[in-house]
Ligand binder design. Structure first.
Ligand code: GDP
Ligand code: IMO
Ligand code: MG
Length: 426
């Protein structure tokens, strides 16, 4: 029987999903992205080189792996072709990429609307990546979006004209610059021609892969706390990032996933706006930001930094059905005298052990911490759990006991080899 593993972010994104997906991809036959678009930025380091993927699944570097962009994704055709060109230039083949005919196409008008929506929200802005993600998913749920099957069809120019007329009205209403049909339709038709050979029924492809007992990896983008249903709404992205989203965004079916691996950074980060109870506005936060190079892969914005939040993590484990954890960036905590972990919140003198729905309440939550001893030693070259300083071992053990989920592997540096497995899961 083939195995399937879902890898997803358990925090606010940038947990190291790309690195860990690529690590496991050596054992995979298929790697599937199932939601989001080029708002994602997944960094992969191997053989001394660094790659940043936005749309492509993290198995793209091995031509024997079938890479799937699932129906739940929103795909900017220009960004896709640019990314494919970059990968080809770096010496990798891309003929093993398959794009769902049901995925949605992200156009320039979505990007313009993203910019305008943010502008109109003023101090309530979400802090999006401005890649047009929200407006594209809005069109999908409004049932006026364009799917890949239509984008590559002969009908495209007419469908696009109709769509753009409607969208340009919105753009004009919001005070933006309408998108010119004549110039953009030509470019999109060229892009559609390039993309067309990669488009297929990926649901049938996955069915066949299951039938042939292939090993399948699902690669989430963003993180559970940015999920449209479960995240810190409205400061979220617009897709389903959780394990439910992996099913609906790929068509694998309820029993198609064996294990759910939650990727958890050893501390907490967030890009964009929204509540963040354990956020650090001091030199410890700055220390972590610099040591962990915590600047956005897509937007290069400095990431907000905080202590690990177990209230949020427990919630993530629950809504995703996480069965195992990978703890990443543990090396970044080296050199801190003490390591704090948030275990509950206080809101108006009451203790909260779960995430509040209301953004207003979440904003006013005060974190309660447990303090553990820090570690001084460089751990970037350790090869086993036993080689870790005792304090780092205790940090790991404390987390897994609190969240009642095993930490089956941990990561001590960006490179693929800096990954230590405690228990095989795939
Ligand atoms: P993703 O979006 O979840 O794939 O994560 P990003 O790639 O956006 O951000 C994670 C960052 O941490 C990248 O720069 C990685 O190269 C880096 N990284 C991943 N794991 C580790 C680790 O264990 N230690 C250190 N120091 N860096 C890591
Ligand atoms: P990866 O896959 C971190 C955040 C944005 C913003 C919110 C909405 O690399 O972990 P959007 O452009 O999606 O409408 O923005 O979501 N965001 C991410 N934060 N990592 C990501 O992806 C993110 N993708 C979106 O900063 O707060
Ligand atoms: Mg990222």
């Amino acid at each position: 029987m083939g195995k399937s593993l879902l890898i997803l972010g358990a925090q606010w994104g940038d947990e190291g999903k790309g690195k860990i997906t690529n690590y496991f991809s050596t054992k995979a036959d298929v790697v599937v992205r199932y939601q989001g678009g080029n708002n994602a930025g997944h960094t992969i380091v191997f053989d001394g080189k660094k790659y940043a993927l936005r749309l492509l699944p993290s198995g793209i570097f091995d031509e024997n792996i079938c890479c799937v962009m699932g129906n739940g994704m929103v795909i900017n055709p220009r960004a896709l072709i640019e990314e494919l060109e970059e990968i080809k230039k770096a010496g990798f083949s891309t003929h093993h990429l398959f794009i769902s005919d049901r995925s949605h196409v992200l156009f320039d008008h979505h990007i313009e609307l993203d910019r305008l929506n943010e502008e109109h929200l003023k101090d309530k802005k979400i802090g999006t990546t401005k890649k047009g993600i929200g407006p594209c998913y809005t069109d999908k749920t409004s049932r006026i979006g364009m799917r890949m099957c239509d984008f590559i069809s002969d009908e495209f120019p007419n469908l696009y004209k109709e769509l753009l007329e409607r969208k340009n009205q919105e753009i004009t209403f919001l005070g933006g610059t309408p998108i010119d049909y004549e110039s953009t339709v030509k470019e999109y038709m060229i892009l559609a021609q390039k993309i067309s050979p990669m488009v297929c029924d990926t649901i049938a492809l996955l069915k066949e892969a299951r039938k042939q007992n292939k090993n399948i990896l699902f690669e989430g983008a963003q993180g559970a706390l940015l999920d449209i249903d479960f995240g810190s709404y409205p400061y979220v992205t617009s897709s389903s990032l959780t394990s439910g989203g992996a099913l609906s965004g790929s068509g694998i079916g309820l029993h198609g996933i064996d294990e759910v691996l939650g990727i958890v950074k050893a501390y907490q980060t967030r890009v964009g706006e929204g509540a963040f109870p354990s956020e650090l506005h001091n030199e410890i936060g700055d220390y972590i930001r610099e040591k962990g190079h915590e600047y956005g892969t897509v937007t290069h914005r400095p990431r907000r930094i905080g202590y690990l939040d177990l209230v949020a993590l427990k919630y993530s484990i629950q809504v995703n059905g996480i069965t195992a954890i990978c703890l990443t960036l543990l090396d970044v905590l080296q050199g801190l005298d003490e390591l704090k972990i948030c275990t509950s919140y206080t809101y108006k003198n009451k203790i909260l052990n779960t995430l509040p729905a209301s953004n207003q309440v979440f904003k006013e939550c005060i974190p309660n911490y447990v303090t553990l001893e820090g570690f001084k030693e460089d751990i970037s070259q350790v090869k086993s759990f036993d080689e870790l300083p005792l304090q780092a071992q205790k940090y790991i053990e404390f987390i897994e006991k609190e969240v009642e989920t095993p930490i089956v592997l941990f990561s001590v540096g960006p490179d693929k080899y800096q990954t230590i497995v405690r228990k095989e899961i795939f």
